[in-house]
Every structure is written in structure tokens, then in C-alpha cells.
Design a protein around this ligand. Structure first.
Ligand code: HEM
Length: 494
């Protein structure tokens, strides 16, 4: 429950208040380039800053009144925000759209659209998470290995040597297929109207300027199309749930496991609306995240030929061209370090977003109830005392460092630590191991590489790469990178 207090003014340092147009500009800049925008704020004001001194901004909270927005980084802040479960709440991923849920019949699906684990707190969160855990147990996750291998194999068969691809798109499509199969049990390749595609298309509309500024249910407007899509999605999901219920307990995908989940003591199970919410969140949280981790890793390897050569040696030495088995994964230490270093330097999820449920103290400042708090996972990974030369991509640093969960937290920490971290690591390792043994991907300097986004960090214009059979010519395609990624990673000059 949200505890209300007397109105305290947000006094965290930050830029002077601006007019509504200035606030919109800041909102737009943050949504486009949250990393550079906040790096400048942190440099000017320190490790805790407000988007606007005195508050008056609202980026994400679904509450009608928001005292303001703050950004913070560093292990202490990560610890406080991620472990104080009763003070730092999460709100539905549909953010400000969620407010419109009671407006009329057509907005009714907003009650559960991407609400799931992100929209429950305290006891309810604990209960739901407990019900979901069996679907994410290690053994259960390892059971997805064969599906991941089969789908990856089929996607790799479609790639052709000497052709150019947007690898961000290729990875997105691949992880979408894997997510649709593992989460919903559907394997329909690249067909148009599967659940994954429907969800993806509705998700991509959240937070777009057309939706924010013209939220009217009038034919021709984006909001009208969005409401049509979520109505269609609801019908489709309810059909799938009914089908799975009638099929009994044979299927092992995540949604089937959630349908069967029962709290042993209280006999509680998830309602249909809760299932819809969880399915949306698991899908939203579990597919673009992995695809961006993969995309950024391919990019970093293309610019670090020695690391790429060592990694392919390790993979081919252990796997001899085959897909890894679960037992072989621990024999691939460099693969693990490469992924960890990639997620340190280009964190696929750059922020933890929370809303304070009551007045609280953070880094010496009082935050009123309802304050939006964004903890920078990315900036915490840039502290030189923890990571010497933080801008250098150096997977070998993981041989000697052992940061705490609050110092290195690409999957967050505390009671809300990513429930899919094990699945993600398995998926990313299998895909990279299969892809890199078979193909060399050469960076083509066609577009600027600008990391963009708040929920996930992705290259705004994709990642053009030329595909070659694996010929070990790793020096080709090194250099020529331009764009804001150069502010985040030290890259070769030419
Ligand atoms: C590289 C891939 C991934 C990264 C970097 C990542 C990162 C994160 C982070 C940082 C959080 C915490 C967000 C916050 O508290 O604000 C989170 C939560 C979550 N993630 Fe992941 N994730 C990944 C993959 C996955 C996958 C594959 C799934 C599903 C199978 C998943 C499902 C979830 C869910 C349901 C939550 C909410 C947990 C809760 O609130 O209790 N994630 N993830």
C-alpha cells in the first residue's frame, strides 16, 4: 500500500526548473539517449541528481501525482533501492498508460497488459514470485536447451555467406522465436500472427510520442490501433490459456507451468487476468533483453579481434563445431567472461526503475512518497575503483575481479533480481557458441552506432554486418565506428 505523507519538496540537486516545453524536451532526450543525458547530469551534480530541481516531472510512474524524478548510481544506492522492497515499489511496465485502465471498456485490458511481476509489490510480489519459481528452476531451464539449439540451428541455416544483415534484427527475430517457444510452447517459425509477434507489436507502441500526446480512441490514431491490438491479443491469449487448461499438465512451457502453479499451503493459483499480465511481462522482459546482449556482444567482438580469435579457439577446441551441451558450458570460461564484460560495458538493461511508497532517505536526501527513482546499472559499472579503465572492453579482467551483486548488477539484485537470468545466460551462451563457430561477422560502417532506450539499450539504427563462413580473418572490419557508442567504449581509431 502506498503511504501518504505531508508533501515534502524534492530537494535533490539538479537543473533549474524549465517550462512545460523544456520538460518535454528533457523527457525526449532521456528517452532517446538516457546514458549521455544522465552522464552529463552526474558530472555536473554528483551521484544523485534530479531531472529538475524541486521536482514536477513524471517519466514512468502510473500514479496521478508524482513529486519528481531522480537518477542515482553506485553500490550503496543499488543496495538500498533493490533490497528495501517495502519502500521502493515497481509499477506496471505500461507506465502512465496504466492510469487509463478504468476509462472505458476498451481500456480494460490495460489492467493487466505488462503488469505481471512488475505491477505487484510486497506480499503479493512474494506470493506471485514463489508461484513462478518452479518454471525458472535450473532443471526446468536446462530442459529448454534442445529447443534453443534447434531454433538457433534453423536461424543460422538461413544466413548466407557474403551477405549483409542487420544483426540487431536477426538476433531480435531469433530470441523472439525462442521466447515464443519456451514461454508459450508455440513454434511457428516466423509466421505473422503468433503470440510473440502480437505482443511485440503492442509493446513497441508503448511510450511512443503518438501514444503519449494523442491518447484518443479515434480511427486513424496510434492509440486506437493499440487498443485494437491489445483486445486482439487478449482474445488470443485467453484461447491459448483455455487450450492449455484442457490439455492438462503435459506441456512444459512457462505459461503452462504458471497455469498449473499452486500455493501448497493456501491452494492459491493465478487468475486468468494475472496470467495474462505475467505472460506479457515475461515476454517483454525476456526477449529484447537477450537479443540486445547478443547484439552488443557481436559488435564488441567485431572491434576486438584478439578476443574474438581467442574465443573462437576456445569454442572450436571444446565443442568441435557442435552446439554445447549443458555439461560443456563450464568448460568455456572465456565465453562467460566475454558476456559478463559485454553486459558491464553496454548493459542491456541500463536502469532499475522504482517509485517510493513512503518518504525515505537516499544518499543524504529526503525523497517524498511517490518519487520516481532510476538507479543506473550502467553508471555503476563505470566506477574506476571497481573497474580500472572502465571504458576498455577487457573480458580477462573477470579472471581477477569478483564484484558484489551491488557492484555488478546487469540482472539487478535483491528480491526482484531477474527471474530469467539463468535462462538468459543459457540462451546467450548457446547462440554465441553456435554462431561464432560457424560464421565470422564483419562490422560494416554504414550507420552511426547510437545506443538508445530506457528499458533496454539497443543500437538505434541497427547493426549492419557482413556474414562470412568462419575464416578467422578477425582483423577485417575493425575500425570505422562512429556514433555515441564511442563515448561508452574505447574503440580502435581507424
Ligand atoms: C540478458 C538478458 C536479461 C537482462 C539483462 C535482464 C535484466 C533484468 C533486470 C535488470 C531486472 C530488474 C528490473 C528492475 O527491477 O527494474 C529484471 C527483472 C526481470 N526479468 Fe530479466 N533480464 C534478462 C532476461 C530475462 C529473461 C530471459 C526473462 C524471462 C524468462 C526475464 C524476466 C524478468 C522478470 C519477470 C523480471 C521481474 C522480476 C521481479 O520484479 O520480481 N529477464 N531483468
Amino acid at each position: 500500500m502506498m503511504h501518504t505523507t505531508d508533501r515534502t519538496v524534492l530537494s535533490v540537486p539538479g537543473p533549474a526548473p524549465t517550462n512545460p516545453l523544456g520538460r518535454l524536451m528533457n523527457l525526449w532526450r532521456f528517452s532517446q539517449d538516457s546514458i549521455s543525458f544522465t552522464r552529463q547530469l552526474f558530472q555536473t551534480y554528483g551521484s544523485i541528481v534530479s531531472l529538475q530541481y524541486g521536482g514536477g516531472t513524471n517519466l514512468y510512474s502510473s500514479l496521478p501525482e508524482c513529486p519528481g524524478t531522480i537518477f542515482v548510481y553506485g553500490p550503496e544506492a543499488v543496495k538500498q533501492v533493490t533490497s528495501q522492497h517495502d519502500v521502493y515499489y515497481k509499477h506496471p511496465l505500461s507506465g502512465r498508460l496504466y492510469r487509463r485502465k478504468d476509462e472505458f471498456d476498451r481500456t480494460e485490458p490495460l489492467k493487466h497488459f505488462v503488469v505481471g511481476l512488475f505491477g505487484v509489490n510486497e506480499n503479493q510480489h512474494r506470493q506471485h514470485r514463489q508461484l513462478m519459481m518452479p518454471a525458472f528452476h535450473r532443471q526446468q531451464i536446462e530442459g529448454y536447451r534442445d529447443d534453443i539449439v534447434a531454433i538457433t540451428q534453423s536461424a543460422l541455416d538461413e544466413l548466407q555467406a557474403s551477405k549483409d544483415y542487420d544483426m540487431a534484427q536477426v538476433m531480435r527475430q531469433l530470441t523472439l522465436r525462442i521466447a515464443t517457444k519456451a514461454f508459450f510452447g508455440e513454434d511457428i517459425g516466423a509466421t505473422e500472427s503468433n503470440l510473440g509477434q502480437l505482443l511485440q507489436s503492442a509493446l513497441s507502441m508503448i511510450g511512443t510520442p503518438q501514444m503519449m500526446f494523442l491518447p484518443y480512441d479515434i480511427p486513424g490514431l496510434a492509440y486506437h490501433r493499440f487498443l485494437n491490438q491489445i483486445a486482439h491479443l487478449d482474445d488470443k491469449m485467453r484461447e491459448v490459456i483455455a487450450h492449455k487448461r484442457s490439455a492438462g499438465s503435459q506441456e512444459r512451457d512457462v505459461l503452462s507451468m504458471l497455469i498449473q502453479a499452486r500455493d501448497e499451503e493456501q491452494g492459491m493459483s493465478l487468475s486468468e487476468d494475472e496470467l495474462l499480465g505475467h505472460a506479457g511481462v515475461i515476454f517483454a522482459a525476456g526477449h529484447e533483453t537477450s537479443s540486445n546482449a547478443l547484439t552488443w556482444t557481436l559488435f564488441l567482438l567485431s572491434q576486438h579481434p584478439q578476443v574474438a580469435a581467442d574465443l573462437v579457439d576456445e569454442l572450436q577446441g571444446v565443442l568441435q563445431g557442435e552446439a554445447p551441451t549443458i555439461e560443456q558450458l563450464p568448460q568455456l570460461p572465456l565465453l562467460e567472461w566475454v558476456i559478463k564484460e559485454s553486459m558491464r560495458i553496454l548493459s542491456p538493461v541500463p536502469w532499475n526503475g522504482r517509485v517510493t511508497s513512503q518518504e525515505t532517505e537516499l544518499a543524504g536526501h529526503t525523497l517524498p512518497a511517490g518519487t520516481e527513482v532510476f538507479v543506473s546499472i550502467y553508471q555503476t559499472h563505470q566506477i574506476p575503483e571497481l573497474y580500472p579503465q572502465p571504458e576498455v572492453f577487457n573480458p580477462h579482467r573477470w579472471q581477477t575481479i569478483n564484484p558484489s551483486i551491488y557492484e555488478y548488477n546487469p540482472f539487478s539484485a535483491g528480491p526482484r533480481v531477474c527471474i530469467g537470468a539463468g535462462f538468459a545466460m543459457l540462451e546467450i551462451k548457446i547462440i554465441l557458441a553456435m554462431l561464432l563457430q560457424r560464421y565470422r561477422l564483419e562490422f560494416i560502417p554504414k550507420v552511426r552506432i547510437d545506443p538508445t532506450g530506457v528499458i533496454v539499450l539497443s543500437p538505434s539504427r541497427g547493426l549492419p554486418m557482413r556474414c562470412h563462413q568462419q575464416d578467422h580473418q578477425f582483423a577485417q572490419g575493425v575500425g570505422g565506428v562512429w556514433g555515441r557508442v564511442r563515448e561508452m567504449v574505447r574503440l580502435p581509431e581507424s
